[in-house]
Ligand binder design. Structure first.
Ligand SMILES: [Zn+2]
Ligand SMILES: [Zn+2]
Length: 597
């Protein structure tokens, strides 16, 4: 049985204890968790486990290599006695202490570990909030065990025990435990570890034993007069699992890039977190940390959104469990596709809870990711469901935004909405034709051609024809280049004319999207323009795969770029159109002469 499978088996216990903690918190009148924070934390735990499938060589492979070549003393029999196991566990805990301590004292290691500390709550879900990049450098700290000859299996098992032990200490529902608090990592002294209060910062690193902190001078007892305030000093303020993992790295990269001296470029990574070169701090000042100004990140969750998040969370958990269960025996490419699919769903859930995207768009992203994965991995029956479903969701999503404006008479933008809906209907028809049969290539091509004509007309609304001449020349040149490549690669004679027409139309579509962005200069218009580029890329991949040379995992690249295109265009256009409608409504309700009074 693999470590991933053990985690899957333990998950129901985690969930049951979280439910118990929640119930006790309610009974005591102190709610222990917030839905979005808990979902975000557990989601980061899932990501940590799914990404660990790809870092097993770093975590266990390098250890095994070191053990086989460098072990000073080998005795499997000794390490598998009861005292051998115990010594290995204490040894692991000692190495963990130093990894964890350096994780707080060295910036590049903090960049990985910070994920565990970002929650502003402190409950059992916080325990599952784990980094996805810890394996990159973490293995170094366990090399002493390999040198001492602790067999890899013993190392892996005690590592799992050390990790699982730390689950229960992440709670505010257990108070002080007397002598236990002085010997072991406990809820009380681990609360101190998670606090950003001056007197608590960078204390109590121990995993199972807190003795290490007492030995090496990093122990701090919880003070009943000083209430713990949780989080990191550079607040995350996001439910985005990717950004949670990248936040600190991004800051370090920025400072390292802008530092003038080469030594400083390196120091940024190795000094204590928060250290900045003088020139960078001067050019890009950051407000000093203010303990009294740590607003709780808590975007409002409507009742439907709470239900949505709850259901999505359960489905995601099931998906991750299924992935982890088979990951050890599946090929790398299969694992990579499912990992990316789960990640897309996790990102969409976080973005929806944060109010960055609507629930409909989140569903569209998820259906698109599933349509891509099922096609790439040959789950044909599921693909037949998810492919049309994705565009159907897009159509409902757009219609749902158009409808309230039409009933309140604010449907001045109806032409744009109709064009968008027509483009999506054309795409849906094209999807179905291309999916059903090889022989329906031409009807598929025509459907997409009509869709692109609708997109061209849509992008022209309020922006004029081809406002960016450079983009027009560029996309046409790319189109001609692509066409020459296809011709040279063996484009069938019967398809030369339809494909030529298609290439011109999609190039014009992309040029029009960039022209629109040149006129509007908004985030949403940029999204649409990037979406149009993704469309060109997707069709280039499709045509290359079909006419020139079969590409490995072709459906993955073709569909991933295709859905990226549709999602960017739909989200950008809906944002622009709903805002446009709001402006229209404002203009109508305002008096004609505002200064008359
Ligand atoms: Zn820590
Ligand atoms: Zn912790």
């Amino acid at each position: 049985m693999s470590g991933s499978q053990i985690i899957v088996l333990v998950t129901p216990v985690f969930l049951a204890l979280m439910a118990l903690e929640w119930a006790i918190g309610r009974w005591r009148g102190r709610p222990a968790l917030r839905l979005a924070d808990a979902v975000s934390s557990v989601s980061l735990g899932m990501l940590s486990q799914t990404s660990a499938v790809f870092t097993v060589l770093l975590r266990v492979g390098l250890y095994t290599l070191a053990y086989e070549h460098l072990a000073l003393w080998r005795s499997e029999a000794f390490w598998t006695t009861w005292y051998g196991w115990l010594i290995a566990l204490v040894f692991y805990d000692f190495c963990y202490y130093w990894l964890h301590r350096m994780g707080h004292e060295v910036a590049v290691l903090w960049a990985a570990h910070a994920v565990h500390h970002q929650s502003q709550d402190y409950n059992l879900s916080t325990a599952l909030r784990q980094t996805s990049s810890g394996a990159v450098l973490g293995w170094v700290f366990y090399l002493p065990m390999a040198l001492a000859g602790v067999p890899p299996l013993v190392f892996v098992v005690v590592g799992l025990v050390d990790l699982l032990y730390q689950f229960w200490v992440h709670t505010e529902q257990v108070g002080r435990l007397g002598w236990f608090d002085r010997w072991f990592c406990s809820p009380s002294n681990h609360r101190v570890h998670h606090a950003v209060n001056d007197s608590y910062l960078d204390k109590n690193y121990g995993g199972i034993l807190i003795v290490w902190d007492r030995l090496f001078g990093t122990f701090k007892d919880e003070d009943p007069r000083e209430k713990c305030v949780y989080g990191t000093r550079g607040l995350l303020n996001s439910w985005d699992p990717l950004w949670a993992n990248a936040q600190v790295y991004a800051g370090l990269l920025h400072d390292s890039w802008h530092a003038r001296r080469w030594a400083d470029k390196l120091r940024v990574w190795l000094k204590a977190p928060g250290w900045r070169p003088a020139d960078v701090a001067q050019h890009f000042p950051k407000p000093a940390f203010n303990f009294h100004d740590m607003p709780l990140f808590d975007p409002p969750l409507s009742a439907p959104l709470r239900w949505f998040a709850g259901v999505q969370f359960v489905l995601l958990l099931a998906g991750v469990a299924a992935f982890l269960w088979q990951a050890d025996s599946a090929p790398l490419a299969t694992n990579a596709v499912w990992f990316a699919t789960l990640l897309a769903c996790q990102w969409a859930l976080g973005a929806a809870m944060q109010g960055r995207i609507g629930m409909g768009l989140a569903l569209m992203i998820e259906a698109g990711a599933l349509a891509t994965a099922t096609s790439a991995l040959g789950f044909t029956a599921w693909h037949l469901l998810f492919k049309p479903l994705t565009m159907a969701i897009a159509i409902v999503y757009v219609a749902n935004h158009a409808y309230p404006m039409s009933v309140t008479g604010r449907f001045g933008l109806h032409r744009s909405f109709w064009l968008l809906l027509s483009a999506l209907l054309g795409s849906l028809a094209g999807d179905v034709f291309l999916m059903l049969s090889e022989h329906l290539f031409i009807p598929g091509l025509v459907s997409f051609l009509l869709a692109h004509l609708c997109y061209i007309a849509l992008f022209k609304q309020g922006a004029g024809w081809f406002g960016h001449r450079g983009a027009l020349v560029g996309t046409l040149a790319l189109g001609i280049g692509m066409y020459a490549f296809l011709w040279h690669g063996g484009l069938p004679a019967a398809l030369r004319v339809p494909v030529a027409v298609y290439v011109v139309v999609i190039a014009l579509m992309a040029a029009q999207a960039w022209g629109r962005h040149a006129a509007l200069r908004e985030r949403s218009s940029l999204a649409v323009a990037l979406g149009a580029c993704c469309f060109m890329l997707s069709d280039s991949l499709l045509a290359t795969n079909r006419f020139v040379q079969p590409l490995p995992l072709s459906q993955l690249w073709v569909l991933a770029t295709y859905y990226a295109a549709q999602v960017l265009i739909v989200s950008g256009m809906v944002t622009a159109l709903t805002r446009g409608a709001a402006h229209q409504a404002d203009a109508r309700t305002q008096p004609l002469t505002p200064h008359a009074a």
